[in-house]
Design a protein around this ligand. Sequence first.
Ligand code: COA
Length: 183
Amino acid sequence: MLNDRVTLRDGRIVLVREVESRDGPGMVQLRREVAHERAYTLLEPDEVDARAPGMLRDLSVTDPNELRLLARCGERDDDVIADLTLGTKHFRRIAHVAKLGMEIRKDFRGAGLGDAMLRIALAWAAAHPVISRVELQVFADNARAIALYRKHGFVEEGRRRKYMRVGDTYLDDLVMGMLVKPL
Ligand SMILES: CC(C)(COP(=O)(O)OP(=O)(O)OC[C@H]1O[C@@H](n2cnc3c(N)ncnc32)[C@H](O)[C@@H]1OP(=O)(O)O)[C@@H](O)C(=O)NCCC(=O)NCCS
């Protein structure tokens, strides 16, 4: 089980570890909060709520081809401050491809937590017996996320024009990928 204490750039110390069932309510709350910003995630807040029961059920299932990480600043539900998921689909031809998603609560951004969690996740992927490619999608205007992914070796592999509609505005997104071990 991964379990690390991480000191952020501003001196705060947080715990990064694999998700447990009891983290469910805190994770739903985090995802809802980030969705309410209406800037970075695919899901609208009501869609987060609609998917919450399935997400809570999934947390009780462990899958060797999926890493679910979170960060906590304390033990209360609302102390879940970040989550990261990296996992494969179960089709054999793309079993080596893992998809990444991550989000950090607003007041913990820009302090190196994303960097630390991504480093842990990519080391896990590199050590995994099957995974060799990691990919993600990111809104084209999400400069901080794109900078972080580039720093860790992701390259832009495609741009989907007008991929998302947020209110009346259409936004492009980028598909980014990296190979975590030679093939
Ligand atoms: C994107 C996200 C995961 C990054 O995590 P984070 O903890 O804020 O990021 P970090 O502090 O570790 O690093 C961000 C890097 O981007 C840089 N950065 C910050 N703002 C930037 C900007 N506007 N343009 C370019 N680079 C920027 C930082 O300097 C830092 O690089 P450095 O470590 O070389 O100094 C986090 O901000 C987040 O959850 N955002 C909202 C949800 C989201 O966007 N999720 C990703 C969807 S694909």
